[in-house]
Design a binder for this molecule. Structure first.
Ligand SMILES: [Zn+2]
Length: 212
């Protein structure tokens, strides 16, 4: 049996969007989204450095289907920066749906990166908004703190985890995706597309049980 990965002081666990609206009962529920919480709580105990991301939209956000008369959730639009999926209203700033899951236990998380807070642009990635040029500042934070390897878990595998992985790679970080600590939405084969893309960028895909 392969030896387990023991996270070092240069490793960071990024927990993506583990918020009420992305879990069953929420406005944009990812199937089984709540089921990853116990595994993520356990993972947090293995990492000295943990960062949380939080989807954090103003009312009337461009990614909301309700902002586009006649359009429905899960359709796409051509935004000025490219294709944008439309979603049900979700993770509106300062609402219960935008709060982290109450059963997520990660008191030592050092940073919360809020994203999607500009009305006119969405942000799937923890590193860049959906124009792929506006930085969130996370890459600079990680580099300044000497963190070189990024482990990703959370929601949703085929959107915010995927784009965070791609951008982490683009920013020069080693990328590890803990796949069974993620859940996907799976729009038009987006989970399979994500698995292909992760292989293309050379991301390591592991199970939570592979972390010591
Ligand atoms: Zn969002």
């Amino acid at each position: 049996m392969a030896s387990k990965i023991l996270p070092s002081d240069r490793d960071v666990l990024i927990i993506v969007d583990l918020q009420n609206d992305f879990c069953p009962g929420g406005r944009l529920a990812v199937p089984g989204g709540d089921a990853v919480v116990p595994a993520i709580n356990r993972l947090c105990g293995s990492f000295r450095h943990v960062v949380l991301t939080q989807d954090w939209h103003p009312p009337g956000h461009l990614s909301f289907a309700s902002s586009h008369p006649g359009r429905k959730p899960f359709e796409t639009i051509d935004a000025p920066y490219g294709r944008q999926e439309l979603w049900p209203d979700h993770c509106v700033q300062d609402t219960p749906g935008a709060e982290f899951r109450g059963d997520l236990v990660v008191p030592h998380a050092a940073l919360i990166v809020r994203k999607g807070f500009r009305r006119e642009i969405d942000s799937y990635s923890a590193f860049y908004e959906n124009d792929h040029t506006t930085p969130t500042g996370l890459a600079g934070y990680l580099k300044e703190r000497g963190l070189g390897r990024v482990f990703l878990a959370g929601l949703a595998f085929d959107f915010c985890v995927r784009f965070s992985a791609e951008d982490a790679h683009r920013c020069g970080f080693a990328v590890v995706v803990i796949e069974d600590a993620c859940r996907g939405i799976d729009l038009d084969g987006s989970v399979a597309a994500t698995q292909r893309r992760l292989a293309e960028i050379g991301a390591t895909v592991i199970a939570a049980s592979e972390i010591a």
